[in-house]
Design a protein around this ligand. Sequence first.
Ligand SMILES: [Zn+2]
Length: 162
Amino acid sequence: MSYLPKNIFTISLCAILTGCTVDNEEVGHTKYSTDQELIDEYGLTLQQSENMYVTPRAVSKIYLDTMSCMGMTATGPTVAYKSFSFAGLGGAWAFYHSVASTIWINTDEDDIVLERDSRTDKEALQHEFVHHILYKNGAGQESRKHSSPLFKKCGVGVNTYN
Ligand SMILES: [Zn+2]
């Protein structure tokens, strides 16, 4: 039984030093794509996309988790990954078009502003999902102005963290 206190020490040291194990596990640099349109069980349509840092399954999971976090449901939006500079949209992380129920995630990357990985993709998706779920639940005004506390709770947006 002499190893028990040591274990406890290791665990608490871990908690102090890291908080990071979770983050580190989550951050990935593997790119995924889908060569066909996918529709999941929540009605979320993932258009043909490449340069995704999350899998199509993860997009659905993030949507489900965002609905749970908000305590609201809505039929899923259409999601597509696009080059914003190519489409003339500027340098944002992501964009939600409420009338078209469409979320675009920017695939552009540069060293200063848009350093993408699985974490930024997830944070961008969560934020745009909050916009969509609020809008579909009749909170269009709160959605547009970011005035709903649910943005802070469930999808504050991409935090630059370098
Ligand atoms: Zn927003």
